[in-house]
Every structure is written in C-alpha cells, then in structure tokens.
Design a protein around this ligand. Sequence first.
Ligand SMILES: Nc1ccn([C@@H]2O[C@H](COP(=O)(O)OP(=O)(O)OP(=O)(O)O)[C@@H](O)[C@H]2O)c(=O)n1
Ligand SMILES: C[C@](O)(CO)[C@H](O)COP(=O)(O)O
Length: 259
Amino acid sequence: MTALECVEHGLITSANLENQSEPAIQIEHATQAVVAIVPAAGIGSRMGADRPKQYLEVCGQSILAHTLDRLLSHPQISQVIVALHPDDDIFDSLPQAIHPKLIKVLGGGERADSVLAALQLAPQNSWALVHDAARPCLTAADIDKLLASRGQFPQGAILAMPVRDTMKRANQLGGIGTTVCRDDLWHALTPQLFPTGQLKGYLNAAMAAGAVVTDEASAMEWAGISPGLVSGRADNIKVTHPDDLGLAELFLMRALSSR
Ligand SMILES: Nc1ccn([C@@H]2O[C@H](COP(=O)(O)OP(=O)(O)OP(=O)(O)O)[C@@H](O)[C@H]2O)c(=O)n1
Ligand SMILES: C[C@](O)(CO)[C@H](O)COP(=O)(O)O
C-alpha cells in the first residue's frame, strides 16, 4: 500500500506523511496485519443461564456466532483467534468454526489470561484488535473508525462511550455516598487496538506485577502509555445480565433489517 493510499484509507494522516522523520514508521504500522483476538472462555456467571452466555441464541444464532461474523467479514482483519474454555463442547458446532481465517486456542482463568493465550499465536509485528465475544452488536463502521485512529494514536486506542448519566458512588449502607464528577468519564468498550508485541509484553508484566487488568488498555496504562479514546456506538453493549439479551436482540434485528 502506497503512502498516499494509507492517507486515503485514513491509516495515517497527511501530517504524518509531511513529517519527513516518521513516514516509514507510520506506513509500516498502517500496513501491518490486523489480528482479531476474541476472549470467549468465560462462563457467564452473572447471566445465570444453562450454558455460557456467548452460546445463548439471539436473532437465530449464538452471541459468539454474531460476533465472529462481524470480525471474519471485515476486509482489514486477516485472522481471528478465539480463546475458549477448556470444557467448551459447543464451539466446534458453530458454522464459523471452520472458517479459514479462524484459529482457536485454550483460554485462561481470567479474561486477561485468555487474551494473552491468544496473543501468543498472533504475529509479533501485527496489530491486535481485542474484542469481547459478549459484544455481538459491533458494527463494521466502528471497526473502521478504530483502525483509522492509528494515524492519530500510533500506540493504540479503544472504542469508548462518554458517560451520560449522573454517577453515584455507593456508601457502606447501600445508599449514596457521593456524586462522582462525570466530566471526562468514559465507558471502555471493545475492540481495543494495540501493537501486538507491546500489548503482549505489557500484559505479561502488568499481570506479573499484580496490577488489576480488566481490559487491554489497563495494561498499556500500567506501562505509562495513554491509549486513544475513540467514540463508539452506544449499542455496542456487552451482554452480561439477563436483561441485556432483549437489548442485543433489538439491536441485532435493527442491524439485520437495515442491510
Ligand atoms: N477467563 C475468562 C473470562 C472471560 N472471558 C471473556 O471475556 C469477555 C468479557 O468477560 P465477561 O463479560 O465478564 O464474561 P464472563 O466472564 O463469561 O461473565 P461473568 O463475569 O458474569 O462470569 C467475555 O466474552 C468472556 O467470554 C474469557 O475469555 N476468559
Ligand atoms: C473489556 C471490557 O469489556 C471493557 O469494558 C470489560 O472490562 C470486561 O469486563 P468483564 O468484567 O470481564 O466483563
């Protein structure tokens, strides 16, 4: 891909191109493979269903199948690596399981362990686009938006959504302790996009240091990096509790009917 094509695809900014010192780095970043990492080894305890929530059906197929469809069909994603629970006996029955772009790996005890396990199979010199299996409503436009942010955020970025409600912190009695200033507060979503080698290294180091790592950005922040915030759609929900299923069904039906 030529430098100009990188600018046309929004992979680098024209400013990067004019900056004589960095075009090679920016173009290299922009033309590296993008590998989707899908942590799908959870048990869905908060859902309390008869199976892991990623295998609950909405709009005719499982939540995981919807998520994989979005990633496998994206032209800039060259590979999809899915981390599965050791006891998973459903995945291989999914039509998506035999897709040539897809690789499966055993996940770990925590989400971060599953992400790390999948990262071992990603090329060191690639971009890792980490996306929860439990977020089936992701759109191609939001993936495009995050990928296009690499020119502005060469160290990586995440999809996120500004907080809209007044935020309260509970006290010990289950009442309102305090109102939290919501200025500059964002909900972290996924995908989260980082250079694979850096993410692997910092994820390992942060976890070894006992840091709390609930998303990939936490590990990058632990290393002193400030990932970009890219405003994403509010319907990119994480299916977590039973009442999320109706919302996911609604959003997926709306997306399918608009095709
Ligand atoms: N050890 C784990 C735990 C979670 N996940 C994945 O990480 C994503 C986000 O995690 P969460 O929503 O918490 O899923 P669960 O851990 O399954 O839910 P719960 O916490 O209610 O058990 C999910 O796609 C889940 O499958 C994973 O790959 N490996
Ligand atoms: C990664 C994530 O979806 C960003 O909001 C979230 O941290 C996952 O948290 P969970 O407790 O593993 O669901």
